[in-house]
Design a protein around this ligand. Structure first.
Ligand SMILES: *Cc1c(COP(=O)(O)O)cnc(C)c1O
Length: 433
């Protein structure tokens, strides 16, 4: 019998006999970086603790939701009170109204909301709604943007200049993939060409206004302004997928930062305060095509779950009251400038993108403005960096194409400790060569 070197390894090996790949979401399996995932026992503030009792300063934060860090007291209190009242009713509650009001106070584009249970469901609903409203069937998305795993959006650019996409997953019929056009991010020319040709057949253009799923890639403001103008021109709906950027890059997300109103917005992650929740929102005129008012069907047994709504409400109320965004940004900039100094001085090749409390260390030498740029990264080098950081007690995402997050629980001393650990990690990686 093989001797297991850690409890994480032991549990993960057993899990593989029961859970597909030992996980319930693929990136958790460390496939892109190798090695054994850490099995997590508990977490508090910015600290994760694994089943072997090792602590890590967490820059994944459950992939974005935990802007207040793990187990925030205000969120736990709201959750405990909600649970005591009962966990689900399948009927209207005050909690969902309160969260809807908070979201509307941040996102002026949103007049009506439908809560769902995940970001995937939000994007899926937004597409069906856009198709129902416009009576058109084609969708436009951008390479490297991720909108969850609904069929129409598991599509990547076709070969050459082909506009219509190819399925990026087995099980997605080409008939479905062919209804999605994929164009490069931050490339106005390619988008305008597409619209000139097919604009009148496009139901919706869906975009991450700040892209966080190819690593962090920032939009040119002019690109977003152009998307708004072109979608108006061709009467296609503009969908901002703010599942990551919503309540992350600031109160009101990208819509507020760039002063652009989409027709529909998708939210998730932070609005559930660490519980499963997503939302689609937008102009009443469009949203009221959804059942029970309109004829676009959508439903959910646990939609607007009162415990998730309470957690989301507590999170948003805290954000609104405390406005931690300037401090979050300052701390993130401090860490990123340390990382830039360390990589420059040591000769570790890296480009770092950052906005608000999000950043990605790309192991590449050229600026990253779209998916093609991101793919130039040395993923083997990133894997080495990732493991060296893990050794130092720093938990970065186990893939080059993901984003690091800070929370309000990350204190100055955590940033300093991370910078020191980063310096050691880089030394270790470079020594191995
Ligand atoms: C995470 C994410 C989703 C999917 O949300 P799930 O809750 O994982 O289904 C959709 N869009 C964006 C931009 C995301 O970051």
């Amino acid at each position: 019998m093989r001797v297991m070197s850690s409890k994480s390894e032991e549990i993960f090996e057993r899990s593989k006999e029961h859970l597909v790949g030992g996980v319930n979401s693929p990136v958790r399996a460390f496939g892109a970086v190798g090695g054994t995932p850490r099995v997590i026992e508990r977490a508090k503030g910015c600290m994760l603790t694994d089943v072997d009792g090792k602590n890590y300063i967490d820059y994944v934060l459950s992939w974005g939701p935990l802007v207040l860090g793990h187990a925030h007291p205000a969120v736990l209190k709201a959750v405990r009170e909600a649970v005591d009242r009962g966990t689900t009713f399948g009927a209207p509650t005050k909690e969902e109204l309160a969260l809807a009001e908070l979201i509307k106070s941040a996102h002026p584009s949103i007049e009506r909301i439908r809560f769902v249970s995940s970001g995937t469901e939000a994007a899926m609903t937004a597409l069906r709604l856009a198709r129902g409203v416009t009576g058109r069937k084609y969708i436009v998305k951008f390479s490297g943007c991720y909108h969850g795993h609904t069929d129409s959006l598991l599509v990547s650019a076709g070969s050459g200049l082909a506009t219509f996409g190819a399925a990026s997953s087995a099980g997605v019929p080409n008939e479905v993939a062919n209804l999605t056009c994929v164009v490069p991010y931050n490339d106005p020319k390619r988008f305008q060409e597409l619209m000139k040709h097919d604009g009148n057949r496009i139901a919706a253009v869906i975009v991450e206004p700040v892209a966080g799923n190819m690593g962090l890639v920032l939009p040119d403001k002019q690109f977003l302004v152009m998307l708004r103008a072109e979608t108006v021109r061709y009467k296609a709906l503009l969908i901002f997928d703010e599942v990551i950027s919503g309540f992350r890059i600031g109160w009101g997300g990208a819509e507020n930062l760039f002063s652009i109103k989409p027709d529909l917005a998708c939210l998730g992650k932070i609005i559930g305060g660490g519980f499963p929740a997503g939302a689609v929102g937008g102009k009443a005129e469009y949203m009221e095509h959804l059942s029970p008012v309109g004829n676009v069907y959508q439903a959910g047994t646990l939609s607007g779950n009162p415990v998730a709504m309470a957690a989301g409400r507590a999170t948003l109320e805290w954000l609104k009251k405390e406005n931690p965004y300037p401090l979050l940004e300052e701390m993130t900039k401090e860490l990123v400038s340390e990382i830039r100094r360390i990589t420059a001085e040591s000769g570790f090749l890296a480009m770092i993108n950052q906005i608000a409390s999000m950043f990605t260390v790309f192991c590449t030498t050229t600026p990253v403005k779209n998916f093609q740029d991101a793919q130039k990264s040395d993923t083997g080098r990133y894997a080495e960096l990732f493991h060296a950081l893990l050794e130092e007690g720093i938990y970065f995402p186990p893939s080059q194409f993901e984003t690091c997050f800070l929370s309000t629980a990350h204190a100055k001393q955590d940033i300093k400790a991370t910078a020191r650990a980063f310096e050691h990690a880089v030394e270790n990686v470079l020594q191995k060569k």
